[in-house]
Design a protein. Sequence first.
Length: 408
Amino acid sequence: MSEQLLSIDVIKKLPKSDLHVHLDGSIRLETLIEIAKKEKLDLPSYTVEGLHETLFKDQYASLEEYLNTFAYSCAVMQKPEYLEQIAYEFALDNQKEGVRYVEARFAPQLLINRYQDMKAVFEGINKGFSRAQHEYNQQTEIVKGGAPAFHYGMIACAMRNFGPFSDYYKTLIHLLSHSDMLDIRKLASMELAKAVVQLRSATGMPIVGFDLAGAEAGYPAKDHWPAYQFVHDAFMHKTVHAGEAYGPESIFQAITDLHADRIGHGYYLFEPSKIKDPKIEDKEKYVFNLCQYIAEKRITIEVCLTSNLQTNPAIGKIENHHFSDMLKNRISTTFCTDNRTVSKTTVTDEICLALQHFPISEKTLKSCIIHGFRRSFFPGAYKGKSDYVRQCAEYYDKVLDKVAELGT
């Protein structure tokens, strides 16, 4: 890999995507503080520095501790105008570092209250993205220079596990007081599935996918099969958080039971020791077969290096991350942030981290980045997506050709 290609400035210029990024984990801290003060919400600190020390840390003890930060971010997303502001600023921050396509995911049922129903949640976020998209795509470079425009999609997250964490969930649990939590969770994910399919049809908003998020261990993906079957029947794309805090079986369930087109994280794909099913006797063979299946079917893994290091201290140093195994096995991968604010990262940072610690050729780097566009849930007709992917690939080459020209 040439030194020029390692330049942060060059990487910023390359067209990039982010297919796994939580909107509620990517709020500007200044905005979080501003809204919290306005709404008289409690924060551990009301300065950016203080929040970095007390809440948004460099390292977390576990995935559960990492997820605790979302209680504060979701608290400032309870009105449509705040959702619009947060989505608009999120889009601007991505555009600033050359991210041309983003799929922002969020859990709508954490945001429903007396100020906003399901439709208002999506409309508020969509307004922010749409405004940022329009402003960006009017730039001369986009209109006349042949550069790829900015596009976006929204992914709805069902929750593996929840308590009375929001007005919506609190009401649901109260009304179904004679049901156990497993049945309530299934009902909640199905209700979300029906809502997003109906909203996509009725409004035309780019609701491009369905996701399952939250604490993974102890909450198997297969519990949410009915909701995923519903969106599958409606031709909606599907991704699943799997292999982040549990073993290969979780990934297998996501692919087979939930029809996952992509896998969020997928870190534990290469960990036979994490297999718990006693019926699987040859664990090494199980991992090999699963890995080959994922590679052959081009099921893309949304790789979040920084986030994995933060939520899983057992990894130790970045060189131990199974991203190297993904590359060796020719698995389709793409660089993602997971949470820009919680993990203090950007897509550019993630690419730089990978280049510094893994043997990545120029061909492999381009493949990983362009896979982000190719394996996206791009809204609209396939022809439009195909043309856009080709444009991004050509612009990628154009950027590097210009770098080479200036270097000679």
